[in-house]
Design a protein around this ligand. Structure first.
Ligand code: NDP
Ligand code: PYC
Length: 339
């Protein structure tokens, strides 16, 4: 069964409105979730709806929150999500962020006090659409052991980067700094599949391929000590530095990991033209030389798989199985009583 992107967006928006969210929040969340499903990023697609609703029902996120943007004219723009989800907060701040980066060369958007569940590529793509390069990062909740450690401490801490390519899809990467996103472990658990070796340790710190044990124990950082250091940097820049919660604090605040975490996010935008001013060559043309060389070796660019899935979904609709359709109907009809 295939469903058009617009129709799925309407359905998901209605689910959130019926669950008591302000229409602006509901629509922003629906756009993000449907983008995940459209681009074949199942770990942050419609499967996330139930978790969002559980977090609303538990009173851990404010369904009526309206984000507020504060702009003192400096390079740092601030959005207070006021205890709501991050999506509407990012949408509020993104145009001002891109504008400030064009004016100053670079600028940062700090989002505080938000519940965060989403992939970051929709955000860096929103910036490349506005003609600037973007870097986004956030903590999550303690679920990853530092390299050499045995217990959950760091978050799965995603980091995403986007570079605008005139006339082509942007260069975008977006990944968890754990070997895989926690959402992937959950999807393996639901499908009754074992995990690949090297993803996680059990509660005793021993390697495991059992998703249940992994969820109770700890995931591992990607790239050993290198991923561990990048993840720690994210805790510092997008937690400590912006005066918001680190992953261990977010987990303690939530009292577990069955709900979605509340913390902050840091998004930085750069104007390639401003940085390259006075230097030889056009930065966008020079970037294309690099991308051509990568592709010329038979390698693919990150997000190429996603853009291909998007093109198919826009042409033919998004494929949902019977179970997924039934779950959407259930969430729509029962609202918060479904979770
Ligand atoms: P993946 O490992 O699936 O993908 C990471 C990136 O690498 C993607 O940009 C992907 O592009 C690219 N890629 C994959 N294979 C190749 C290849 N062979 N050559 C070139 N590029 C490649 O991502 P993760 O599982 O680590 O993360 C999934 C999502 O989870 C992310 O969107 C992240 O933001 C989100 N997340 C969110 C968290 C939160 O707290 N909000 C926490 C952790 C993760 P492509 O998509 O085209 O394959
Ligand atoms: O997939 O690791 C994850 C995740 C954590 C919070 C939102 N997504």
């Amino acid at each position: 069964m295939r469903i058009a992107v617009e129709a799925l967006t309407r359905t998901v928006t209605q689910i959130f409105v019926r669950a008591g969210l302000l229409p602006d929040q509901a629509a922003a969340i629906a756009r993000t979730i449907v983008a995940g499903e459209r681009d074949a990023c199942k770990s942050h697609g419609i499967y996330r709806i139930a978790g969002c609703l559980r977090t609303v029902k538990a009173g851990k996120v404010d369904p009526m929150a309206a984000p507020v943007l504060t702009d003192d004219g400096s390079a740092i723009l601030r959005v207070d999500a006021n205890g709501g989800f991050s999506c509407a907060g990012f949408e509020l701040g993104a145009p001002a962020l891109a504008e400030r980066a064009r004016t100053l060369g670079m600028a940062a958007l700090v989002i505080n006090d938000c519940t965060h569940f989403s992939a970051l590529w929709p955000e860096v793509e929103a910036l490349t659409d506005l003609g600037v390069a973007g870097l986004a990062m956030c903590p999550s909740y303690a679920s990853v052991a530092p390299a050499g450690g045995t217990a959950a401490l760091l978050g799965t801490n995603p980091i995403a980067f986007g570079w605008p390519r005139p006339g082509a899809d942007p260069y975008v990467f977006d990944f968890a700094t754990s070997v895989a996103a926690r959402g992937e472990i959950e999807l393996h658990r639901r499908a009754g599949k074992v995990l690949p070796e090297g993803w996680a340790v059990d509660p005793d710190g021993q390697p495991t391929t059992d998703p249940e044990q992994a969820l109770e124990g700890a995931m591992l950082p990607f790239g050993g000590h290198k991923g561990s250091a990048i993840s720690t940097m994210i805790e510092l820049l997008a937690g400590v530095m912006i005066g918001d919660m680190t992953s261990p604090e977010a987990r303690a605040d939530l009292g577990g990991m069955s709900l979605l975490p509340k913390h902050g996010e840091l998004v930085i935008a750069f104007s390639p033209e401003r940085f390259a001013a006075g230097r030889p060559g056009d930065p966008f043309a020079r970037a294309e030389v690099l991308f051509d060389a990568i592709l010329g070796q038979g390698a693919r660019l990150p997000s190429q798989r996603r853009f291909a899935a998007r093109a198919k979904a826009l042409a033919d609709g998004i494929a949902l199985n019977d179970e997924e359709r039934a779950e959407l109907d259930r969430l729509h009809d029962l609202g918060l009583a479904a979770v």
